[in-house]
Write a new protein. Structure first.
Length: 305
């Protein structure tokens, strides 16, 4: 994933030694990379993406599950989540391409949009099929999915108190050796410095934050983030700077934070309330930030400023 991971746990009787557990997790992540990476041409996903329209292929369970979750998020959000937006990322300069980050011309944007559409993907048993020349990029939920798989492995090894973080997606449960909860800082969405906006205690929840303040470019005085509206083909441009989601599944939290960021401060808020999403919205108001939490988020957290 071109990033880092951090795993902490509390030892218990029968838990393997650190070196053994480290090797097992490294192997798990290596296998996952070989299955769904978009940065290597020999992954199962890369081979599927290279296939023409009206093709099917046997793919690993991980990819089937990721596309299945993508379909749920796409349907529930009215199309605001899409696993096939890779062509948009490329023409805007966020993924591959010629490396420049400028606003594409309308013709180029329209051509890219014609290659976008999750509706062209179908899961048939153990096969993944596509009815059009689309390419899948699971980056919006892959890190969260990997967190869930590492957690499953820890549980299978008798570890019930842990904190797992992979490229920013995180889940924690149980308590530390001093009997205190795992506390996580939710970052304030600033471009110039890193500081905590809120501290939350986690016990069985995953946390995911999506925002426009880490991966973006500015052009003619406007900020263009790496989060895209699949229908327009353009980066989201509104005052919602960041949104944090709590969920028992890290993969779902990962996807929902993207959905809410695409929808924006008002439609995202309405969606979160309707679907009882535990979410914290941080909105730009001039030079300051204003936050509001859904009732579900408030009920799940014990936080301190």
């Amino acid at each position: 994933m071109g990033s880092t991971y951090s795993i902490k746990w509390v030892n218990a009787e029968g838990v393997p030694d650190t070196a053994t557990l480290h090797g097992e997790i490294e192997a798990l992540l290596s296998d996952f990379d070989a299955e769904v990476s978009t940065w290597r041409d020999d992954s199962d996903l890369a081979r599927f993406n290279a296939m023409p329209a009206d093709s099917c292929a046997e793919v690993p369970t991980s990819l089937l599950e990721l596309v299945g979750l993508g379909h749920i998020l796409a349907e529930d959000s009215g199309g605001d989540f899409d696993l096939t937006v890779g062509p948009l990322l490329r023409i805007w300069g966020f993924h591959g391409g010629n490396g420049s980050q400028v606003v594409p011309d309308p013709e180029e944007l329209q051509a890219a949009l014609e290659q976008v559409g999750q509706r062209h993907l179908q899961v048939n048993g153990t096969q993944l099929c596509k009815s059009a020349n689309v390419q899948v990029d699971v980056s919006a939920i892959a890190a969260g999915y990997a967190v869930d798989k590492v957690v499953d492995h820890l549980l299978s090894r008798g570890i019930n108190s842990y904190m797992v973080e992979i490229t920013g997606e995180l889940k924690a449960a149980g308590v530390k050796p001093d009997n205190t909860p795992w506390k996580i800082a939710i970052e304030e969405p600033r471009d110039d410095q890193r500081m905590a906006h809120l501290i939350v205690a986690l016990d069985g929840q995953a946390v995911s934050t999506s925002g426009d303040y880490r991966n973006y470019f500015e052009y003619e005085g406007k900020r263009y983030s790496h989060t895209f509206d699949p229908s327009s083909g353009r980066p989201v441009m509104h005052e919602l700077a960041a949104v944090t989601v709590l969920h028992n599944s890290a993969a779902t939290a990962d996807g929902l934070s993207t959905v809410l960021l695409v929808k924006g401060p008002e439609k995202g808020w309405d969606y979160a309330l309707e679907h009882e999403v535990a979410a914290l919205f941080v909105v730009r108001d001039g030079t300051r930030f204003v936050s509001r939490a859904t009732p579900t988020f408030t009920a799940l957290t014990k936080s301190e400023e």
